[in-house]
Ligand binder design. Structure first.
Ligand code: ATP
Ligand code: MG
Ligand code: FE
Length: 342
């Protein structure tokens, strides 16, 4: 079954074709992402209405491009998966309307995919994919969650952020040190030249039991240190390093705690911050020390993309799930309400 995946929940238009008959990473016949970063940069953040309009402009050309790269015609598509939430409602509606209309015209089934389930399942698009049960760390621009995964659609929230998400903290901290939007990856690149230990920030909420996070205080700590500093390039890099170390160590402490709590050895990491090299190294070492392993998607599949939507949709469609031909999106959507597979 060849599944067309469509992602339009925020500021990336993503399209992919996943072929379940091939399976594994090779099943991803083609995928393309168009990022709206340049469009939103002058506003310092995503402008929802501009995002919707740009998805309208870019989605159909991107579908044509992706099908061409896969060497397929539109008639070769057996099913359509699109992001139905959570996300910006106008942006979601573009992908949902196009996905639904295409499925209707082709007389194939379609399914609305949960964006965070897409992120969560992206690490399974690997040669030697981890099998549930495992613990998942979802670290993206809007979410920081630890989830116990007992199967596809069998998710239990172990802990989450009480304020900023990890990616949001990266972006906001970068902004207050004058880096252009979205600063997360640039802050990480700066940190590579930073002197470790020159600035040491708190590891929030690690001094008490529990698996929740709080990252909003960290950016204030960085702001104060930056304001009182010489604001040189080296200081900015040193602050970036101090901030990154604090986030990475905090996430690692809570991941170890979550694995301990559920008696697990496998950690699956997904979402944009999962592209962070220092986080990948820390979590890999942590799991190795525990005799287990940490699994990550390739960096390009950590941030928003159509491949994870095609893949997550394919798993559900293969189990016979699809929906009535109605266009429904969920700007807020609790993952614990998803039906189980099998
Ligand atoms: P959500 O999935 O919660 O709706 P989102 O889709 O905006 O949020 P993603 O696309 O998964 O989030 O990830 C984007 C986030 O990842 C941004 O906050 C960005 O700064 C962060 N990010 C990307 N690369 C890195 C990196 N190398 N180091 C740190 N953060 C990064
Ligand atoms: Mg984005
Ligand atoms: Fe995302």
């Amino acid at each position: 079954m060849r599944v067309l995946g469509i992602e339009t929940s925020c500021d990336e238009t993503g399209v992919a074709v996943y072929d379940t008959d091939i399976g594994g990473p090779a099943g991803l016949r083609a995928h393309a992402v168009y990022s709206q970063i340049a469009l939103h940069a002058e506003y310092g953040g995503v402008v929802p209405e501009l995002a919707s309009r740009d998805h309208v402009r870019k989605l159909l050309p991107l579908i044509r491009q992706t099908l061409a790269e896969a060497g397929l015609g539109v008639g070769d598509i057996d099913a359509v998966a699109y992001t139905a939430g959570p996300g910006l409602v106008g942006a979601l509606l573009v992908g949902a309307a196009v996905g639904r209309a295409l499925a209707w015209a082709l007389e194939v089934p379609a399914i609305g995919v949960h964006h965070m389930e897409g992120h969560l399942l992206a690490p399974l698009l690997a040669d030697d994919p981890p099998a549930p049960p495992f613990v998942a760390l979802l670290v993206s621009g809007g979410h920081t969650q630890l989830v116990q995964v007992d199967g596809i659609g069998r998710y239990r929230l172990l802990g989450e952020t009480l304020d900023d998400a990890a990616g949001e903290a990266f972006d906001k901290t970068a902004k207050l040190m004058g880096l252009p939007y979205p600063g997360g990856p640039q802050l990480a690149a700066l940190a590579a030249h930073g002197v470790p230990g020159r600035f040491r920030f708190a590891r929030p909420m690690t001094d008490r039991p529990g698996l929740d996070f709080s990252f909003s205080g960290l950016k204030t700590q960085v702001l104060l240190a930056w304001r009182d500093s010489d604001q040189s390039e080296q200081t900015r890099a040193d602050l970036a390093r101090g901030f990154e170390d604090a986030v990475v160590e905090t996430l690692a402490i809570k991941c170890a705690r979550a694995l301990e709590q559920v008696g697990g050895k496998t950690l699956v990491v997904a979402g944009g911050v999962g592209a962070n090299q220092r986080l990948r190294a820390a979590l890999t070492a942590l799991c190795q020390a525990r005799g287990g392993r940490a699994c990550f998607p390739p960096p390009a599949l950590c941030t928003d993309n159509g491949a994870m939507i095609a893949f997550a949709g394919a798993l559900r469609l293969a189990a016979g799930q699809c929906e009535e031909p109605a266009i429904t999106v969920w700007p807020r959507w609790d993952m614990a309400t998803l039906p189980a597979v099998g």
